[in-house]
Design a protein around this ligand. Structure first.
Ligand code: AR6
Length: 169
């Protein structure tokens, strides 16, 4: 049984087995959630990201995929980095956004994580309309087989929280 919960707040303040990062392909940090996770999590996360880039992910992490590192100083065991698609009016990239949630849960299952905190992937700097991002997130996690017991969406502001609450019904 998987429970979906909603919290309004800062994902770097959450206690969970795994915290999902809305990263970019470089895995080397950025703004938004990514910047906040690296700031609060400390240098151990970036050190593992650099190792991933030096090894299997030399060309970067493709959009829609996910990979785990330590969570450093966060109150979590792992950070699962996923790369959302940039929103594009002229092209439907929904499947790539759905893939972020599926792949993150697959990695969470591999790790044995039971609680996973997600931000609204792609709904910030990558420009995805919040209602649509929330719909894809909720529909996808509902349709995904996983051993994760709690999927927690951590929404930064009231607008994002309301969009996700609207989808959960
Ligand atoms: N906790 C929870 N949610 C947050 C936090 C936080 N601390 N900070 C921002 N949000 P974004 P993206 C919300 O931009 O759109 C980075 O530069 C934010 O309000 O973090 O996938 C990466 O390196 C929004 O609703 O991620 C990439 O280059 C949501 O989290 C790029 O941004 C996602 O916003 C990824 O852009």
């Amino acid at each position: 049984m998987t429970t979906i919960t909603l919290v309004q707040g800062d994902i770097t303040r959450q206690s969970a087995d795994a915290v999902v990062n809305a990263a970019n392909s470089s895995l080397l940090g950025g703004g938004g959630v990514d910047g906040a996770i690296h700031r609060r999590g400390g240098p151990a996360i970036l050190a593992e990201c650099r190792k991933l880039r030096a090894g299997h992910y030399g060309k970067g992490l493709p959009t829609g995929r996910a990979v785990a590192t330590t969570a450093g100083d966060l109150d979590a065991r792992w950070v699962i980095h996923t790369v959302g698609p940039r929103y594009a009016r002229e092209e439907d990239r929904s499947e790539l956004l759905a893939s972020c949630y599926r792949e993150s849960l697959r990695v969470a299952d591999e790790l044995g994580a039971r609680t996973v905190a997600f931000p609204a992937v792609s709904a910030g700097i990558y420009g995805w309309p919040m209602d649509d991002a929330a719909r894809i997130a909720v529909e996808t996690v509902r349709a995904t087989e996983t051993d994760v017991e709690e999927i927690r969406f951590v929404l930064f502001d009231e607008r994002a929280y309301d969009a996700f609450a609207g989808q959960l019904g």
